[in-house]
Design a protein. Structure first.
Length: 219
Protein backbone atom coordinates (compact mmCIF):
# COMPACT_ATOMS: atom_id res chain seq x y z
CA UNK A 1 0.00 0.00 0.00
CA UNK A 2 1.56 3.28 -1.04
CA UNK A 3 1.54 6.71 0.57
CA UNK A 4 -0.55 7.90 -2.36
CA UNK A 5 -3.43 5.74 -1.16
CA UNK A 6 -3.30 7.29 2.30
CA UNK A 7 -3.16 10.82 0.92
CA UNK A 8 -6.17 9.99 -1.25
CA UNK A 9 -8.01 8.63 1.77
CA UNK A 10 -7.33 11.88 3.62
CA UNK A 11 -8.76 13.85 0.73
CA UNK A 12 -11.87 11.70 0.62
CA UNK A 13 -12.44 11.90 4.36
CA UNK A 14 -11.89 15.63 4.31
CA UNK A 15 -14.42 16.09 1.48
CA UNK A 16 -16.97 13.69 2.98
CA UNK A 17 -16.82 15.23 6.42
CA UNK A 18 -16.97 18.77 5.04
CA UNK A 19 -15.70 20.42 8.19
CA UNK A 20 -15.47 24.19 8.36
CA UNK A 21 -13.45 26.31 10.76
CA UNK A 22 -16.52 26.73 12.97
CA UNK A 23 -17.50 23.05 13.09
CA UNK A 24 -16.82 20.42 15.70
CA UNK A 25 -13.41 19.10 14.62
CA UNK A 26 -10.29 20.72 13.26
CA UNK A 27 -9.68 18.62 10.14
CA UNK A 28 -6.78 20.79 8.99
CA UNK A 29 -4.94 20.27 12.27
CA UNK A 30 -5.62 16.53 12.15
CA UNK A 31 -4.24 16.25 8.63
CA UNK A 32 -1.17 18.39 9.35
CA UNK A 33 -0.29 16.34 12.44
CA UNK A 34 -0.67 13.18 10.41
CA UNK A 35 1.55 14.46 7.58
CA UNK A 36 4.22 15.58 10.05
CA UNK A 37 4.36 12.10 11.60
CA UNK A 38 4.45 10.53 8.15
CA UNK A 39 7.34 12.80 7.12
CA UNK A 40 9.28 11.76 10.24
CA UNK A 41 8.66 8.12 9.41
CA UNK A 42 6.78 7.54 12.66
CA UNK A 43 3.75 5.90 11.06
CA UNK A 44 3.64 2.39 9.75
CA UNK A 45 0.97 1.83 7.11
CA UNK A 46 -1.46 0.27 9.60
CA UNK A 47 -0.64 2.87 12.25
CA UNK A 48 -1.32 5.58 9.67
CA UNK A 49 -4.77 4.17 9.00
CA UNK A 50 -5.56 3.91 12.72
CA UNK A 51 -4.37 7.49 13.27
CA UNK A 52 -6.53 8.66 10.37
CA UNK A 53 -9.64 6.93 11.76
CA UNK A 54 -8.97 8.09 15.33
CA UNK A 55 -8.62 11.67 14.13
CA UNK A 56 -11.94 11.80 12.32
CA UNK A 57 -14.10 9.50 14.46
CA UNK A 58 -13.26 11.03 17.83
CA UNK A 59 -15.75 12.00 20.55
CA UNK A 60 -16.66 15.24 18.76
CA UNK A 61 -17.95 13.16 15.84
CA UNK A 62 -20.79 11.97 18.12
CA UNK A 63 -22.06 15.42 19.08
CA UNK A 64 -24.23 16.23 16.08
CA UNK A 65 -27.89 15.29 15.67
CA UNK A 66 -27.42 12.34 13.35
CA UNK A 67 -26.80 8.62 13.72
CA UNK A 68 -22.99 8.55 14.07
CA UNK A 69 -22.76 4.83 13.42
CA UNK A 70 -24.83 5.05 10.24
CA UNK A 71 -22.64 7.96 9.09
CA UNK A 72 -19.55 5.96 9.93
CA UNK A 73 -20.89 3.06 7.86
CA UNK A 74 -21.51 5.41 4.92
CA UNK A 75 -18.00 6.81 5.10
CA UNK A 76 -16.55 3.31 5.48
CA UNK A 77 -18.15 2.32 2.17
CA UNK A 78 -16.73 5.41 0.45
CA UNK A 79 -13.27 4.78 1.87
CA UNK A 80 -13.37 1.12 0.88
CA UNK A 81 -14.31 2.00 -2.70
CA UNK A 82 -11.60 4.66 -2.90
CA UNK A 83 -9.10 2.25 -1.37
CA UNK A 84 -9.99 -0.37 -3.99
CA UNK A 85 -9.75 2.12 -6.86
CA UNK A 86 -6.31 3.17 -5.61
CA UNK A 87 -4.97 -0.35 -5.96
CA UNK A 88 -5.74 -1.73 -2.51
CA UNK A 89 -7.82 -4.73 -1.53
CA UNK A 90 -11.36 -4.38 -0.16
CA UNK A 91 -10.72 -7.30 2.18
CA UNK A 92 -7.57 -5.65 3.52
CA UNK A 93 -9.42 -2.40 4.16
CA UNK A 94 -12.33 -4.20 5.86
CA UNK A 95 -9.90 -6.06 8.11
CA UNK A 96 -8.13 -2.80 9.01
CA UNK A 97 -11.32 -0.86 9.66
CA UNK A 98 -13.09 -3.64 11.57
CA UNK A 99 -10.01 -4.26 13.70
CA UNK A 100 -9.73 -0.56 14.53
CA UNK A 101 -13.46 -0.32 15.31
CA UNK A 102 -13.42 -3.42 17.52
CA UNK A 103 -10.50 -2.08 19.54
CA UNK A 104 -12.05 1.37 19.97
CA UNK A 105 -15.75 0.62 20.48
CA UNK A 106 -16.10 -3.17 20.75
CA UNK A 107 -18.19 -5.44 18.54
CA UNK A 108 -19.18 -4.65 14.96
CA UNK A 109 -20.26 -1.35 13.43
CA UNK A 110 -23.65 -2.76 12.40
CA UNK A 111 -24.53 -3.65 16.01
CA UNK A 112 -25.28 -0.10 17.20
CA UNK A 113 -28.03 2.21 15.94
CA UNK A 114 -28.95 5.67 17.19
CA UNK A 115 -32.47 7.08 17.25
CA UNK A 116 -34.54 9.71 18.98
CA UNK A 117 -38.08 10.91 19.58
CA UNK A 118 -39.57 13.97 21.24
CA UNK A 119 -38.42 12.92 24.72
CA UNK A 120 -35.43 10.62 24.36
CA UNK A 121 -32.20 9.98 22.51
CA UNK A 122 -31.45 6.27 22.46
CA UNK A 123 -29.03 3.65 21.23
CA UNK A 124 -30.10 0.16 20.19
CA UNK A 125 -27.25 -2.29 20.73
CA UNK A 126 -27.48 -5.81 19.30
CA UNK A 127 -26.05 -8.54 21.54
CA UNK A 128 -26.46 -11.98 20.02
CA UNK A 129 -27.57 -14.56 22.60
CA UNK A 130 -28.46 -11.98 25.27
CA UNK A 131 -31.89 -13.48 26.19
CA UNK A 132 -32.37 -13.15 29.97
CA UNK A 133 -28.69 -12.80 30.80
CA UNK A 134 -27.57 -9.63 32.48
CA UNK A 135 -24.93 -7.20 31.32
CA UNK A 136 -23.68 -4.11 33.11
CA UNK A 137 -24.44 -0.75 31.48
CA UNK A 138 -22.85 2.42 32.86
CA UNK A 139 -22.72 6.07 31.83
CA UNK A 140 -19.62 7.75 33.24
CA UNK A 141 -17.09 10.37 32.20
CA UNK A 142 -18.91 11.05 28.95
CA UNK A 143 -18.90 7.40 27.86
CA UNK A 144 -21.41 4.55 27.75
CA UNK A 145 -19.87 1.20 28.67
CA UNK A 146 -21.52 -2.19 28.29
CA UNK A 147 -19.82 -5.23 29.80
CA UNK A 148 -20.75 -8.77 30.71
CA UNK A 149 -20.57 -12.40 29.71
CA UNK A 150 -23.08 -14.07 27.41
CA UNK A 151 -23.52 -17.83 27.16
CA UNK A 152 -24.58 -19.19 23.78
CA UNK A 153 -26.00 -22.60 22.98
CA UNK A 154 -26.20 -23.93 19.43
CA UNK A 155 -27.88 -27.03 18.04
CA UNK A 156 -26.90 -28.66 14.76
CA UNK A 157 -28.65 -31.41 12.86
CA UNK A 158 -26.30 -34.34 12.32
CA UNK A 159 -26.36 -36.84 9.45
CA UNK A 160 -28.64 -39.70 10.38
CA UNK A 161 -31.12 -37.55 12.30
CA UNK A 162 -29.17 -36.87 15.48
CA UNK A 163 -28.43 -33.46 17.01
CA UNK A 164 -25.21 -31.92 18.22
CA UNK A 165 -25.27 -29.21 20.87
CA UNK A 166 -22.47 -26.86 21.78
CA UNK A 167 -22.19 -24.13 24.39
CA UNK A 168 -19.84 -21.16 24.31
CA UNK A 169 -19.15 -18.16 26.52
CA UNK A 170 -18.52 -14.76 24.96
CA UNK A 171 -17.33 -11.57 26.61
CA UNK A 172 -19.35 -8.45 25.75
CA UNK A 173 -17.62 -5.07 25.76
CA UNK A 174 -18.96 -1.95 24.03
CA UNK A 175 -17.82 1.65 24.58
CA UNK A 176 -19.04 4.81 22.87
CA UNK A 177 -19.72 8.47 23.77
CA UNK A 178 -22.88 9.70 25.48
CA UNK A 179 -24.92 11.86 23.07
CA UNK A 180 -25.05 15.62 23.52
CA UNK A 181 -28.05 17.43 25.05
CA UNK A 182 -29.22 14.62 27.34
CA UNK A 183 -29.37 13.95 31.08
CA UNK A 184 -26.88 11.11 31.56
CA UNK A 185 -27.88 10.73 35.23
CA UNK A 186 -31.36 9.58 34.17
CA UNK A 187 -30.32 6.83 31.80
CA UNK A 188 -32.89 4.07 31.24
CA UNK A 189 -32.19 0.52 30.11
CA UNK A 190 -34.57 -1.75 28.23
CA UNK A 191 -33.58 -5.29 27.24
CA UNK A 192 -35.18 -7.81 24.93
CA UNK A 193 -34.11 -11.13 23.48
CA UNK A 194 -31.14 -9.93 21.47
CA UNK A 195 -30.67 -6.23 22.07
CA UNK A 196 -30.34 -3.47 24.65
CA UNK A 197 -31.95 -0.06 24.32
CA UNK A 198 -30.15 2.71 26.22
CA UNK A 199 -32.34 5.80 26.62
CA UNK A 200 -31.42 9.30 27.74
CA UNK A 201 -34.06 12.00 28.35
CA UNK A 202 -33.45 15.16 26.37
CA UNK A 203 -32.54 18.28 28.32
CA UNK A 204 -34.76 21.27 27.69
CA UNK A 205 -33.02 24.54 26.93
CA UNK A 206 -34.18 26.06 30.21
CA UNK A 207 -32.61 23.14 32.09
CA UNK A 208 -29.37 23.54 30.15
CA UNK A 209 -29.18 27.20 31.15
CA UNK A 210 -29.70 26.26 34.81
CA UNK A 211 -26.77 23.83 34.67
CA UNK A 212 -24.36 26.50 33.39
CA UNK A 213 -22.75 28.18 36.44
CA UNK A 214 -23.08 31.94 36.59
CA UNK A 215 -19.83 33.84 36.19
CA UNK A 216 -19.01 36.73 38.43
CA UNK A 217 -17.56 40.05 37.30
CA UNK A 218 -14.01 40.03 36.01
CA UNK A 219 -11.78 42.04 38.33
Amino acid sequence: MSKIIFIGLFGLLFTSFACSAEEKCDCTKCIEEYKQKEARGQNSERAQMRALLDGFFDNSFFRDDFDPFAEMERMKKQLREHFKNSGGSSDDFNALFDGWYGNKFGGDLSEIKRGENDKFVYYDVSVDGLKDQKVDVKAKDGMISISGVVEKEESKQMPGGGQSRSRSVESVNRNFPIPEGVDADKMEIETSRNHIRIKFPKIKRSEERQKIPAQGPVI
